[in-house]
Write a protein that binds this ligand. Structure first.
Ligand SMILES: NC(=O)c1ccc[n+]([C@@H]2O[C@H](COP(=O)([O-])OP(=O)(O)OC[C@H]3O[C@@H](n4cnc5c(N)ncnc54)[C@H](OP(=O)(O)O)[C@@H]3O)[C@@H](O)[C@H]2O)c1
Length: 300
């Protein structure tokens, strides 16, 4: 970390890859000194995004209160300020909500929701004292429009949406602004899930749906994911105060379209469309409990 920073300081979580990594140069280009944080800050070759003059790299695990405290204390003790917090770190293990084991639910919520709460609470006193600051929460289209196979993740991001909205209302008048970034689907490590390559138990009542959903997601991942730089640029624009007074910032045509359809359509119409879009036809009630007829025990 440099000494007292003339530049405004932006602290970003989850910078080892994907959107967080791309956000580092985007913020630096907008005049910030960027504190790029990650769970494992040493021991590997740093990508060029982290080598800039106005970038410092520090360890931070959003699931460890001690690690969060150490990181925030280091930044405030050296740079003397944190002007922007970008809560970006997140995980999205796919599963059917009924089949996801409880420890998986805990891991997702501890990272995606409680992680954001822990880091935000560590930073807010300094922002409040300064009478200014921005907290940018990387949520997701899934937080507004839940998707089959991403239900645990969607639930955590819906909670982030609710948390951010309340925080924004409660911080009104303090000079601290809260914003939500809602990306659609972008090309990052989040989509490299072992589940999409692994066997799936044929005995599961979801085996047939899994085969269809996997075909849909594989095609989507191969052909339709957007460039994560678009999300990074939106984060940086909002962090720099160029996002207007809006709370929510959807990114990508898929996000804007699906949010609009979800709000406009009656549920019965939306439900048919949402299932058809991901390759699931038919009526949900008819499938329950049925498995695909086959001698094999797993879907490959
Ligand atoms: N890609 C998309 O289509 C998309 C769409 C909507 C929203 N998002 C959101 O964008 C954010 C970034 O995800 P991404 O797409 O860039 O995926 P990614 O490449 O997998 O990046 C996720 C980042 O979060 C970090 N992380 C996970 N657990 C952490 C922890 N306990 N403490 C600190 N860092 C942790 C990862 O670090 P490690 O290397 O240590 O695992 C990694 O740096 C997430 O909040 C995600 O929900 C992504």
């Amino acid at each position: 970390m440099p000494g007292r920073s003339e530049r405004p300081v932006a602290l970003v979580t989850g910078c080892s890859s994907g959107i967080g990594l791309r956000t580092v140069p985007a913020l630096s280009d907008r005049g910030f000194h960027v504190v790029a944080t990650m769970r494992n800050a040493g021991g590997r070759t740093r990508p060029p995004e982290l080598e800039g003059e106005h970038v410092s790299v520090l360890p931070l695990d959003v699931r460890s209160a001690g690690s969060v405290r150490d990181c925030v204390d280091t930044v405030l003790g050296t740079a003397g300020r944190i002007d922007v917090l970008v809560n970006n770190a997140g995980i999205a293990p796919p599963n059917f909500v009924e089949e996801a084991p409880l420890p998986e639910w805990h891991e997702v919520f501890e990272t995606n929701l409680f992680g954001q709460v822990t880091v935000t609470n560590a930073v807010l006193p300094a922002m409040r004292h300064a009478g200014r600051g921005r907290v940018v929460m990387v949520s997701s289209l899934s937080g507004r429009v839940p998707t089959p196979l991403l239900g645990v993740y969607s639930a955590s991001k819906s909670a982030v949406e609710s948390y951010a909205e309340t925080l924004r209302l409660e911080l009104r008048g303090t000079g601290v602004r809260v914003a939500l970034i809602e990306p659609g689907a972008f090309r990052t490590g989040m989509w490299h899930s072992p589940m999409l390559d692994a066997d799936f138990p044929k005995t599961s009542p979801y085996a047939g749906d899994f085969a269809r959903l996997r075909a849909f997601y594989r095609d989507y991942i191969d052909h339709h994911l957007g460039d994560p730089d678009r999300v990074a640029q939106t984060v940086a624009r909002v962090a720099a105060g160029r996002g207007g007074r809006r709370l929510r910032h959807p990114v990508g045509a898929d996000a804007r379209t699906q949010i609009a359809l979800r709000a406009a359509l009656p549920w019965a119409v939306y439900e048919r469309l949402a299932r058809a879009l991901v390759g699931l036809g038919g009526r949900a009630g008819k499938r329950a409990g049925k498995t695909e007829p086959s001698d094999a025990e797993t879907v490959r």
